[in-house]
Write a protein that binds this ligand. Structure first.
Ligand code: ADE
Ligand code: MN
Length: 537
C-alpha cells in the first residue's frame, strides 16, 4: 500500500489517497484523509528516444535514467539497425531485458534513411513486419522518407500497411513539411511528429491531427519555442550521457513548467498521453495499470525522491537500486578503405571558387546553406579560418570506398580535427577540420580502435571508444560522460564554440533533415532531395 497526494492525470486533481498494489499492478486507488507531503505521479515516459545516441547500451541508459523518474521509453533502434541490421535490433531487445526500465521499441521504417547513402544493412518490409508482430514493438518507427510517402512509393506504403494491419501507430519525421504535401503525409496514417522547430509548424501539424512531441534533447532543444502550443508528448530524441546523468524526463518537465506549460498538462504529456497513444499499460495511477510511479516534491522542481516500477522501489533519492549489467557483444561493422589526405581535398583549376557551405546552429539539427568565396592553392580549394569555414568529409565504413568532401561553417575550430563513427543515420565516418592530414589521422585512429569519437591536434589526441557497433560504449554513464567531457574540453581548446560538437557533427549526414547535408556519396540538398555540387561557380 502506497500513500500520498496523488495526481490524477484523468481529472487533473491532486488529493490524498492510498494506492493498493498486487502482482506489479495497481488494484485499487482510494481517497483517504491524510496530511501528506509526498506527491505521487505516474512513472515518466520518454515517448521518442534513440538509446544509441546516448552512446550507452540500453541497460546502462536505464541505470542513469531511472533515478530521474523515467520508467518507460519508446525507442527507435534505427541507429544500430543501419549498422548491424536485425542482429543489432535483437541486441537492443536482449540488453534492455536486463533492467526494470520498460523499453518499448519501434520497428525502424527507414533503414537506410534514404537511397542516397550507404548503410550497413537494409530492413525489408518483411523484416519490419516480423518486428512489428512482437509485443515489445509498439509502432512503426519514424517515417523519414516523406517524399516516398507523398509520392505513394510502393515499398513505403507496404511498411505503413503492415503497421495498420497490426493496429500499431506510425511515427512521423517530416521537418518543415506543410500544405498539401503535409495532407498527403498525414493522410497516409502517420500520427506523430518530433521534428517541429516553430509554433506555426506545430500548429499546422496539430490541425491535421498529428500528435506533437515537444523535443528537449542534447542536440535539438525545441521546447521553449513550442511551449505556447498545446503539444501532446515530451521527448528527448537524443540525449548525451552527461545530460542524462543531470536529468531526463524530470528536467524536461522542469523546463516545460519554466517555459509556461501548465504543470498538470506537462505531467500528462510525459505519462498518460504517450502511454495511451502507444497502448502501453502504464502512464496513470489507476486500477489495472502497472504500478509505475514517481514520488516528487512538487510540480515545479520535480525533484525525484523515489521511483517504483511494477510496484518495486527501483531508485531512492537519486540512486539506482539495480545492478547495471550490459550484455557485452563484440558487434561491429567497420571496413574503411585505405585512403590518402589528398582524397579528402576538393579540387579546382580556378584561382578562387564559390563553394556551397553547410551552416550549423548550436542546439539544432537543421542546417542552413551559405555560399562562400574560397581560395585555390595548387589546385586544392582551401578552407578559410577567418570565415570559420572548415573542411568536412564523410567516408563510408562498409567497404564501398565512397569519400565525399565539403565545407562547413560554425564549428569555430582553429586547428586540429575531430572524427566520429556516430553520423546519423547510416553512421559512416565523418570528420571536420582545417587540415586533411589531421582529418586523416583522426579517421585512422577510429579505423584502428573499432570506432568512437576522436579529436586530434598537432601533438595530442583524445578518444572515446564505442566498441558496440561504433555507436555505444560498454561502460556506464559516469565513465562515458567523463570521457566525453575530457574530449569536449580538448575540442574547445582547439577553438570550438559549439555546446555539443560531436552531436552537431553527427547530424551533418542525416539526409532527411533540412537544409544542406553531406553523406558518403556527396553533398545533399534536402529541400531538393538531390545531390548538389560543392562548387557553384
Ligand atoms: N531526430 C532524428 N531523426 C531521424 N533520425 C535520428 N537519429 C537521431 N535523431 C534522429
Ligand atoms: Mn526524426
Amino acid at each position: 500500500m502506497i500513500r500520498g497526494n496523488i495526481l490524477n492525470v484523468f481529472t487533473g486533481d491532486i488529493y490524498p489517497a492510498e494506492v493498493e498494489v498486487s502482482g506489479g499492478l495497481i488494484t485499487c486507488v482510494r481517497r483517504v484523509e491524510g496530511n501528506f507531503t509526498d506527491l505521487i505521479l505516474p512513472g515518466f515516459v520518454d515517448a521518442h528516444v534513440h538509446i544509441e545516441s546516448s552512446m550507452l547500451t540500453p541497460s546502462s541508459f536505464a541505470a542513469a535514467a531511472i533515478p530521474h523518474g523515467t520508467t518507460a521509453v519508446v525507442s527507435d533502434p534505427h541507429e544500430i539497425a543501419n549498422v548491424m541490421g536485425v542482429e543489432g535490433v535483437e541486441f537492443m531487445l536482449e540488453d534492455a531485458s536486463h533492467t526494470p526500465l520498460k523499453f518499448y521499441f519501434t520497428a525502424p521504417s527507414c533503414v537506410p534513411a534514404t537511397p542516397f547513402e550507404t548503410s550497413g544493412a537494409e530492413l525489408s518490409a518483411r523484416e519490419i513486419e516480423d518486428l512489428l508482430s512482437r509485443d515489445s514493438v509498439v509502432a512503426l518507427g519514424e517515417m523519414m522518407n516523406f517524399p516516398g510517402v507523398i509520392s505513394g512509393d510502393e515499398k513505403v506504403m507496404e511498411k505503413i500497411d503492415a503497421a495498420k494491419k497490426l493496429n500499431k501507430p506510425v511515427d512521423g519525421h517530416a521537418p518543415l513539411l506543410s500544405g498539401d504535401e503535409l495532407c498527403a503525409y498525414t493522410g497516409a496514417g502517420i500520427s506523430t511528429e518530433h521534428e517541429c522547430v516553430s509554433p506555426a509548424e506545430a500548429l499546422e501539424k496539430r490541425e491535421l491531427g498529428m500528435k506533437i512531441m515537444a523535443r528537449e534533447g542534447s542536440s535539438a532543444r525545441n521546447l521553449r519555442d513550442l511551449a505556447a502550443v498545446d503539444c501532446d508528448f515530451l521527448v528527448s530524441d537524443d540525449i548525451h550521457p552527461a545530460d542524462l546523468l543531470g536529468g531526463h524526463m524530470d528536467r524536461i518537465l522542469r523546463r516545460a513548467v519554466e517555459y509556461g506549460v501548465d504543470p498538470v498538462k506537462a505531467v500528462q504529456m510525459a505519462t498518460v498521453n504517450p502511454a495511451d497513444h502507444y497502448n502501453l499499460n502504464t502512464g496513470a495511477i489507476a486500477p489495472g495499470r502497472a504500478a509505475d510511479m514517481v514520488v516528487v516534491d512538487n510540480l515545479r522542481d520535480f525533484n525525484v525522491k523515489r521511483v517504483y516500477i511494477d510496484g518495486r522501489v527501483v531508485a531512492e533519492n537519486g540512486r539506482y537500486l539495480g545492478a547495471p549489467k550490459t550484455s557485452r557483444r563484440n558487434m561491429n561493422r567497420l571496413e574503411i578503405i585505405d585512403f590518402t589526405a589528398e582524397d579528402l581535398e576538393v579540387e579546382s583549376d580556378d584561382d578562387e571558387v564559390t563553394a556551397r557551405v553547410i551552416d550549423v546552429f548550436d542546439g539544432q539539427i537543421v542546417t542552413g546553406e551559405l555560399q562562400k568565396r574560397l581560395e585555390v592553392n595548387d589546385g586544392i580549394v582551401k578552407p578559410d579560418p577567418s570565415l570559420d569555414v572548415l573542411k568536412v568529409s564523410v567516408i563510408d565504413r562498409y567497404g564501398k570506398g565512397n569519400i565525399s568532401n565539403g565545407f562547413v561553417h560554425g564549428f569555430g575550430l582553429k586547428g586540429g580535427a575531430i572524427a566520429s563513427t556516430v553520423a546519423h543515420d547510416s553512421h559512416n565516418v565523418i570528420t571536420v577540420g582545417m587540415d586533411s592530414e589531421l582529418m586523416k589521422r583522426a579517421v585512422d585512429i577510429l579505423k584502428k580502435t573499432g570506432g568512437g569519437l576522436v579529436a586530434v591536434s598537432d601533438d595530442d589526441q583524445r578518444i572515446l571508444d564505442l566498441p558496440v557497433a561504433g555507436l555505444m560504449s560498454d561502460g556506464n554513464a559516469g565513465e562515458v560522460a567523463s570521457r566525453m567531457e575530457d574530449l569536449n574540453d580538448f575540442v574547445r581548446e582547439l577553438g570550438c564554440t559549439l555546446s555539443a560538437p560531436f552531436m552537431t557533427m553527427s547530424f551533418l549526414s542525416l539526409l532527411v533533415i533540412p537544409e544542406l547535408k553531406i553523406g558518403d556519396r556527396g553533398l545533399f540538398s534536402v529541400d531538393e532531395f538531390r545531390f548538389v555540387d560543392v562548387i557553384v561557380g
